[in-house]
Design a protein around this ligand. Structure first.
Ligand SMILES: [Zn+2]
Length: 289
């Protein structure tokens, strides 16, 4: 494989914003198809050692100097290739941002939970803010916006999430989080194990959920490897505040080992709109017969 050459100074000139840093890398990469070469990118930006070892409590770690002139990343070999690719992107931002403070005496130690901290909320905690920035960078790098238009077109569909995951070689979880972040509908993604709530991520305007970790979610009967239709669900079962004008529907992908991914779509309903109009229409049709 031809070694990748990137101009690190030109990339760092754009500042510390994770999205702009990732975009600056893509400007230099040019138009490419398939998975983003995150290992080659990290190596060309002075992360000169990338190793994989079985780790029990961590997903990844970064060892570097305060000047960030060189870095070494350790990835959890027990995790899937897709997760390791995301973890490497995540560590690369800790490396490229000299303001990020290492989380232990030996460098940055990042857990599975750190890899899911999302931006959007006001994050006052320094550690959580660093992690959310590293995650924002990783997903911008691995699934660049300019290549996502065809996936985000039309009604929401988990099939599109799976296509994204395949095209960019990222996990379905990461693809789903990216999908709800950028789709124009009001979406959330809910991750469950054995139909019990684990965690959720929300699009910009999605109303807050009432459901908490460990609670049972009414998702229907699991059928391994399938995607359900988009079915209406009771908003009161899911949403924190009463949302009288909100209709909620859900679509679930049933995965192995009891894991599932559910897309929730919130739509504003028109109280005296469609229902009333339908009734008038039925009345007219009946009368004209
Ligand atoms: Zn981290």
């Amino acid at each position: 494989m031809v070694k990748l050459t990137l101009d690190r100074m030109a990339i760092e000139e754009v500042g510390l914003n994770p999205r702009r840093l990732a975009e600056a890398i893509h400007v230099q990469l040019g138009d490419r198809e398939g998975a983003v070469p995150v290992h080659e990118i990290a190596e060309s930006l002075d992360v000169d050692e990338i190793r994989e070892r079985p780790l029990s409590n961590l997903e990844a770690a970064l060892v570097t100097t305060p000047e960030r002139d060189r870095g070494g990343v350790l990835l959890n070999s027990r995790s899937s290739r897709q997760r390791r690719r995301f973890s490497l992107g995540h560590e690369l931002l800790h490396f490229l941002n000299p303001i990020h403070e290492q989380t232990s005496a030996n460098g940055f130690h990042c857990t599975r939970q750190d890899m899911t901290v999302s931006a959007g909320l006001q994050i006052s905690d320094r550690h959580r803010r660093q992690e959310s920035e590293a995650n924002a960078f990783a997903i911008e790098l691995l699934t660049p916006r300019h290549r996502l238009k065809s996936f985000l077109r039309g009604r929401p569909e988990l099939a599109q999430v799976m296509s994204m995951a395949g095209e960019f070689d990222v996990s379905r979880e990461a693809a789903a989080r990216r999908y709800i972040e950028l789709h124009s509908d009001d979406l959330a993604v809910v991750f469950c194990k054995d139909s019990r709530f684990v965690y959720a991520n929300f699009g910009r305007d999605f109303p807050p959920l009432s459901i908490r970790a460990g609670e049972w979610c009414d998702l229907g009967s699991p059928v391994l490897g399938t995607i359900s239709g988009f079915d209406e669900v009771a908003a009161d079962d899911w949403l924190a505040a009463p949302q009288h004008a909100c209709e909620l529907s859900a679509q679930t992908l049933w995965q192995t080992n009891g894991h599932s991914i559910t897309l929730l779509r919130a739509e504003q309903s028109n109280d005296d709109g469609p229902g009333f109009d339908d009734a008038i229409e039925r009345f007219r049709v009946g009368r004209d017969r």
